[in-house]
Design a protein around this ligand. Structure first.
Ligand code: SF4
Length: 237
């Protein structure tokens, strides 16, 4: 599996795919992404140390993803990562985090700040339509108010390409995301091992009518394929 990549375009940064103990939530109906995990902390540490050793600091900007939330990478690994950030002059570090860990975030912001690194925490909101998100996607965000969701996070992911979504609903999600978060990342649903299937009509509406309006927006990432950031995929670890 490819675990290190550099994004040279929009928001240039290095990106790492690390392995942790796995997503604690594991209930999102669209997700089979939590397979990349292990309970063997030492094996994770060894693998992750190797991946982290590739960081050069070329853009002073790093994104770390894992199949779940960054806190699931463990204390030891996060402390080592903070040291690497100091050594390589990483001033901005992006992590992903589920809503259920929102109260752990301030402590990690402080720890990384002491190493000169500002954390930008991204959370998968997927949709601001509460019923769609919680009843259909089972995302596990108990808060309805987008402003309150955003209190703990800097960035959010949205998921498009599912039956029931419309041009209006997708535009609402994007505009709400841009109103309350610094950046948004739109993921287009790709067929995976869950029973959900991409709705090609919805995807066509997104790519033809909506995408052109946001393609050049510096605050918007659009992933038509979930390996578009250059990590993940089928290669060897
Ligand atoms: S929180 Fe993330 S990793 Fe966990 S089940 Fe949901 S989408 Fe998958």
């Amino acid at each position: 599996m490819i675990r290190y990549s550099i994004i040279h375009e929009k928001n240039p940064r290095e990106i790492l795919l690390l392995r942790g103990k796995g997503c604690r939530w594991r209930k999102c109906t669209f997700c089979d992404y939590h397979f990349d995990c292990s309970d063997d902390e030492n094996a994770n540490l060894n693998l992750n140390r190797e991946v982290m050793s590739e960081v050069t600091g070329i853009y002073n900007h790093l994104e770390v993803i894992n199949s779940g939330s960054f806190v699931e990478l463990g204390e030891q690994l996060l402390i080592e990562l903070a040291e690497i950030c100091r050594e390589k002059a990483i001033y901005t570090l992006h992590f992903e985090c589920h809503w259920l860990y929102r109260n752990s975030i301030p402590r990690w912001r402080e720890i990384f700040a002491k190493h000169g690194t500002t954390l930008k925490i991204k959370t998968g909101v997927e949709s601001f339509d509460y019923n769609f998100r919680e009843k259909f996607l089972q995302k596990g965000i108990s808060e309805k108010n987008p402003a309150k969701i955003a209190e703990n996070f800097n960035e959010c992911c949205l998921l498009f390409g599912l039956t029931g979504q419309t041009e209006e609903s997708m535009r609402y999600d994007i505009e709400t995301g841009l109103k309350y978060f610094e950046r948004i990342c739109v993921n287009i649903f790709v067929k995976n091992s869950t029973p959900l299937v991409p709705d090609e009509k919805v995807i066509e509406i997104f790519t033809r009518k909506i995408m052109p309006d946001y393609a050049d927006n510096e605050r918007v990432d659009i992933l038509l394929n979930n390996t578009d950031f250059g990590v993940g995929g089928e290669n060897n670890e």
